[in-house]
Design a protein around this ligand. Structure first.
Ligand SMILES: *[C@@H]1O[C@H](CO)[C@@H](O)[C@H](O)[C@H]1NC(C)=O
Length: 312
């Protein structure tokens, strides 16, 4: 067992995106606008799907769930980053850091499984349209969603269980704006080689594996559309290109953060911006604003909201 004197670090200091006050003041308005847009856009998607009976189908329920997870992911990291940019005071307690890592991996793991579910949904809808309603039944959707959350929880608990007892005796600076495992374990006062390997194997393998699984399934869907109904290819391409864009943008940073072997290059925090600020905006933008049913529903919802306001 480790010496009790070791665990002296009670808080961590984020170095953030930049240590220059000027750059921080420059980034502050941008991140605030992005965050507000993410929350409004994604909540609007969730409410539109929940309140419009025309959108009560698996695809839209999955989209709403994706929007929900995305707003949680942003909320986990961005408000703290904004307040740090504002105040210049960038500490986080040890417990806060551990909780952030835990929730991050629960949400990230669930989002990955949800993206697989969405690909499955598109596969059945496009390649087996006659069986769509029986395969993607409400029960099946709930089952897949519960599986997503369960896998996220197990993945996160398993990783955290192995690092939470590490001794920390300083330094306590994290060159990032949020806590995640690669930087966290590097601060432990022990040889973390095996831990690093475990994290690469767990998070790295899951993100890379899921990424290739998704890309292969989308290629498979496109090829079968192309073979069976050559006329439908452009329509399928336009739907699926949105999914593929989100997949690449979401997984690119994950794979880099967990698999890149040279930790001295701190581009990972800029890549993390993609996951916490860019894909969460893209989801409502490209999945929904390009979708006719969704646009009609949003127009209806907003006119209802407006007429509510006008009532005495
Ligand atoms: C997620 O999907 C389930 C079932 O498909 C649905 O009942 C639920 O309302 C969705 N959650 C959100 C936040 O949209």
């Amino acid at each position: 067992m480790y010496d009790a004197n070791y665990s002296e670090v009670s808080q961590f200091v984020f170095l953030g995106l930049s240590t220059s006050r000027q750059v921080q003041h420059f980034l502050l308005p941008f991140s605030t606008v992005f965050y507000v847009t993410i929350i409004l856009g994604n909540l609007f998607v969730v409410f539109t799907v929940l309140f419009d009976p025309h959108l009560h189908s698996p695809m839209y329920f999955l989209l709403a769930n994706l929007s929900f997870i995305d707003s949680c992911l942003s909320t986990l990291t961005v408000p703290k980053m904004i307040s740090d940019l504002y105040s210049g005071h960038k500490t986080i307690s040890f417990q806060g850091c551990v909780i952030q890592i835990f929730i991050l991996h629960v949400l990230g793991g669930s989002e990955m499984v949800l993206l697989i579910t969405m690909a499955l949904d598109r596969y059945v809808a496009i390649c087996k349209p006659l069986h769509y309603l029986t395969v993607m039944s409400p029960r099946m959707c709930i089952l897949l969603l519960s599986a997503a959350w369960a896998i996220g929880l197990i993945h996160s608990a398993a990783q955290l269980a192995s690092v939470v007892h590490l001794p920390f005796c300083g330094p306590n600076e994290i060159d990032n704006f949020y806590c995640d495992l690669p930087q966290f374990i590097k601060l432990a006062c022990t040889d973390t080689y095996r831990m690093e390997f475990m994290i690469t194997a767990n998070s790295g393998f899951i993100s890379t594996g899921t990424f290739f699984l998704l890309i292969i399934s989308y290629i498979f869907i496109l090829v079968s559309v192309w073979k069976h109904y050559s006329g439908g290819l452009s329509k399928a391409l336009s739907t699926l290109s949105a999914h593929i864009t989100v997949v690449v943008l979401f997984f690119g940073p994950c794979i880099f953060v967990y698999l890149w072997p040279f930790p001295t290059v701190s581009v990972d925090k800029f890549l993390a911006i993609l996951d916490f600020m860019i894909t969460p905006i893209l989801n409502p933008a490209i999945y929904t604003l390009r979708n006719k049913d969704m646009k009609i529903a949003m127009r209806k919802l907003s006119s209802q909201l407006l007429s509510l306001r006008k009532m005495p």
